[in-house]
Design a protein around this ligand. Structure first.
Ligand code: ADP
Ligand code: ZN
Length: 613
């Protein structure tokens, strides 16, 4: 039986065209070749092995470290009519027997297996008796001992090739860096396999960093303005901040739930399930949350604290917008962050060499925050990718930042640090610079210093920005042992002597921090002439009901983008319905009548209204 891979793409998945490298990878795998596939999150890795598994004879075996994810992936496939199952430790013995029988009788297209399970004799024997279409090794960077997701079981996956030399293997990862790639190739014995590399840009994600100024209020405002009712993740550094922030957001009417390693396993599972299954849940989390989240419609990732490196930041923000729809990566950032993170690195157990590496990574991250140029270009350059032009979809592109000559301000700040004995924090120094009359300043006699009052040309907001930028660039240092007192560094002296100029980005002071009245930002992709909010809500409601009845996440039924197309195109017949992106044969049969009925009812309601007017 021959299948056209395009025909499968349309009939089973309901997509009109392949994305990026998908077609090349699929053709290569269908014809029996090994490969390594590097694609960013949301790039569409799954189809690269799912379609070959459907097209080739036998079952495709997918190795995945994330047991929690398998269930939803299998469910998503079943919804499209693909015969899929998983083998992992969450199954009962009876269920295991059933899956094994399905494998042995050739009744499956795809089998998801945890690595430790796959390498057990029982599973290997089963596979030896079965016709195999391919092995897909998902999250292949887990073989890397230097990576943060190392899984010892992954090292043994090289045995697959020895035992099943005829079966093609496809290793997939979203991790970009060169040493990890080399390690995957070496450990999995993929030396002669071609590598399919896609660009790592995520053009649908809008990157923005704002100076911290009452972070929670800023977050709430961001949610109200851009993400009312949307699912998203808010990252904080500590458990305590996670708990406080989640509780505060709930008090403000946001459906927010905490997630961190200090909560019981049951609570974590419950919160994760709600996030996956319900519309519009916000998870407030430490970085313990994320790996193993495969939700395509996460609309924003917000950082209330600074990540430790650009790699971590890119990975965390990459969890937004896997479905390709517009999403936000938004962060607030202030002087305190720098202090806390430097402190954590310097006081860690790590050796000196490691600490130096970590401090360098942190500095790169600070540089990113203080950037006045296109953020995406800088991120991509960090991953050795050249962007030919500014992206037009980051805060600095959308609202160009001006720089100003801050040489004088920097010298005043440094001189004030020096003359007060390098013992005070930014707030006090700013009071001295601005010539404020406080009891503390008089007690120390700092009102008699030549720097007293020399800085009243700038407001406190501007001075905080100056100190933050000086510390971020290492022109000043914060002594964390000394309660955050600011000190000079070796690099301060050339500035103080007037040998170098200091240019700074001009932070735009946020307007009043009270959230504005409820208002949804108009979506630029929607034609106001065809958009019908009530129909949209009715379709979402129907989707929620259908999902709840089956105990599955709503997005496995239809993605938002498919619902949006329903609103815009209002299909009236099954034939029209089958033209929508994401509607294959099985979903047309299963859900077409339900959604067509909603569209028809709504059509009548709005024309009735038309008559009444
Ligand atoms: P990854 O595993 O690389 O993060 P996925 O395989 O989960 O990405 O795919 C990301 C999203 O893109 C999914 O929602 C998927 O349905 C969608 N997608 C994948 N391939 C296509 C395609 N050819 N056309 C339209 N949407 C696609
Ligand atoms: Zn940009």
């Amino acid at each position: 039986m021959t299948h056209d891979i395009h025909e499968v793409l349309q009939r089973v998945f309901g997509y009109p065209a392949f994305l990026g490298q998908q077609e090349a990878v699929i053709e290569h795998t269908v014809s029996g070749g090994d490969s390594l596939v590097l694609m960013p999150t949301g790039g569409g890795k799954s189809l690269c092995y799912q379609i070959p598994a459907i097209v080739r004879d036998g079952v495709g075996v997918v190795v995945s470290p994330l047991i929690a994810l398998m269930r939803d992936q299998v469910e998503g496939l079943r919804q499209t009519g693909v015969r899929a199952a998983c083998l992992n430790s969450t199954l009962s013995y009876q269920e295991v027997l059933e899956v094994e029988a399905a494998v042995a009788n050739g009744r499956l297209d795809l089998l998801y297996v945890a690595p430790e399970r796959l390498l057990g004799e029982r599973t290997l024997d089963l596979l030896a008796r079965t016709r195999l279409a391919l092995f897909a090794i998902d999250e292949a960077h887990c073989v890397s001992q230097w990576g943060h997701d190392f899984r010892p079981e992954y090292l043994q996956l090289s045995a697959l090739h020895d035992r099943f030399p005829e079966v093609p293997r496809i290793a997939l990862t979203a991790t970009a860096d060169e040493p990890t790639r080399r390690e995957i190739v070496r450990r999995l014995g993929l030396g002669r396999a071609p590598m399919f590399v896609s660009g790592f840009d995520r053009p649908n994600i809008r990157y923005a960093v704002v100076p911290k100024n009452r972070a929670r209020q800023q977050l709430l405002r961001f949610l109200e303005d851009r993400h009312r009712g949307h699912a998203g993740i808010v990252y904080c550094l500590s458990r305590r901040r996670v708990d406080d922030t989640a509780e505060w957001l709930r008090g403000q009417g946001v459906d927010a739930l905490p997630y961190h390693a200090g909560l019981s396993g049951g609570t974590r599972q419950r919160h994760q399930d709600r996030f996956q299954r319900d519309d519009g849940v916000v998870i407030v989390a430490t970085i313990a949350f994320g790996m193993g989240i495969d939700k395509p419609d996460v609309r924003f990732v917000a950082h209330l604290d600074l990540p430790k490196s650009i790699e971590a930041y890119y990975q965390e923000t990459g969890r937004a917008g896997r479905d390709g729809e517009p999403a936000d990566a938004w962060m607030v950032y202030g002087l305190q962050e720098v202090v806390t993170l430097r402190h954590m690195v310097e006081n860690s157990e790590a050796g000196d060499a490691r600490k130096r590496v970590e401090l360098r990574k942190l500095d790169a991250m600070l540089g990113y925050c203080e950037l006045a140029a296109c953020r995406r270009r800088t991120l991509l350059a960090y991953f050795a990718e050249d962007a030919p032009e500014d992206c037009g979809n980051c805060d600095n592109c959308l609202t160009p930042v001006t720089t100003w000559d801050a040489t004088e301000a920097a010298r005043k700040a440094m001189s004030c640090v020096y003359r007060t004995g390098q013992r005070f924090g930014a707030a006090y120094l700013i009071d001295v610079l601005r010539g404020r009359d406080t009891e503390r300043i008089r007690r120390f006699g700092h009102d008699r210093l030549p720097t007293y009052g020399v800085g009243d040309d700038l407001g406190p907001y501007e001075w905080r920005s100056v100190f933050r930028q000086l510390v971020a660039r290492g022109l000043l240092n914060v002594d964390v042992e000394g309660y955050g007192s600011i000190r000079l560094t070796g690099d301060s002296w050339p500035v103080l002597r007037g040998d170098v100029e200091v240019l700074m980005r001009r932070d735009v002071r946020p307007a009043a921090t009270r959230p504005r009245p409820r208002r949804k930002e108009p979506d630029p992709r929607l034609d106001p002439a065809t958009w019908d909010e009530a129909l949209w809500e009715a379709l979402r409601k129907r989707r929620t009901e259908l999902a709840a009845a089956q105990g599955v996440p709503p997005y496995v039924i239809f993605h938002d983008s498919t619902l949006r197309e329903m609103v815009a195109r209002r299909p009236g017949t099954p034939d029209d319905f089958s033209q929508l992106t994401g509607v294959g044969d099985t979903k047309l049969r299963r859900y077409g009548p339900d959604f067509l009925a909603v569209i028809a009812t709504r059509g009548e309601a709005s024309s009735d209204q038309g008559h009444a007017d």
